[in-house]
Write a protein that binds this ligand. Structure first.
Ligand code: ADP
Ligand code: MG
Length: 154
């Protein structure tokens, strides 16, 4: 097992910058699961991922829409798994305006339900520390373990 990547982001901008670096590494078919409590920064991080992917549209919480598609070179599908009852397989039934295999899929509250979609995924675990400090841990699964050297460390 490679060393787990683990670091702190001290401002929202810092978290967005990390997301941007991660977004630049994402390819079609990738699955990223964001774990962490309400307010941990999952949506904020996704804002950065969207910038890194170069997709269009403002990123906001997917809570009320279940999933939102941001068109781009590699489209971003931003999902709220909590609202899907934890069953990511339901994504296939949503009639999204994109092919999941051709998109990068980022799922808030997705941990534990991923196997229904793909065993190859990256868990990004965010936790709140004091004030604006957020701890971020990257946990690669399946094929992602071989990509660890490409993962941003900040
Ligand atoms: P979640 O989607 O996990 O519920 P959000 O990204 O919607 O979380 O909200 C995170 C909140 O915490 C935002 O209001 C953001 O401005 C604030 N915040 C403070 N510090 C940070 C940080 N270092 N990283 C991300 N968000 C932060
Ligand atoms: Mg959110």
């Amino acid at each position: 097992m490679a060393e787990p990547v683990n670091f702190e982001c001290t401002t929202p901008e810092d978290t967005i910058a990390f997301g941007r670096s991660l977004g630049r590494e994402l390819r079609a078919g990738d699955l990223v699961l964001l774990a962490g409590p309400l307010g941990a920064g999952k949506t904020t991080l996704t804002r950065g991922i969207a910038e890194g992917l170069g997709v269009s549209g403002r990123v906001s919480s997917p809570t009320f829409v279940l999933a939102r598609v941001h068109p781009g070179p590699v489209p971003l599908v931003h999902v709220d798994a909590y609202r899907l009852g934890g069953d990511l397989a339901q994504l296939d039934d949503l009639d999204l305006d994109t092919d999941l295999e051709a998109s990068a899929v980022v799922v808030e509250w997705g941990e534990g339900s991923a196997d229904r979609l793909s065993a190859d995924h990256l868990v990004v675990r965010l936790s709140r520390e004091e004030d604006d400090v957020r701890r971020i841990a990257l946990e690669p699964h399946g094929n992602w373990t071989t990509r660890t050297p490409l993962l941003p460390t900040r």
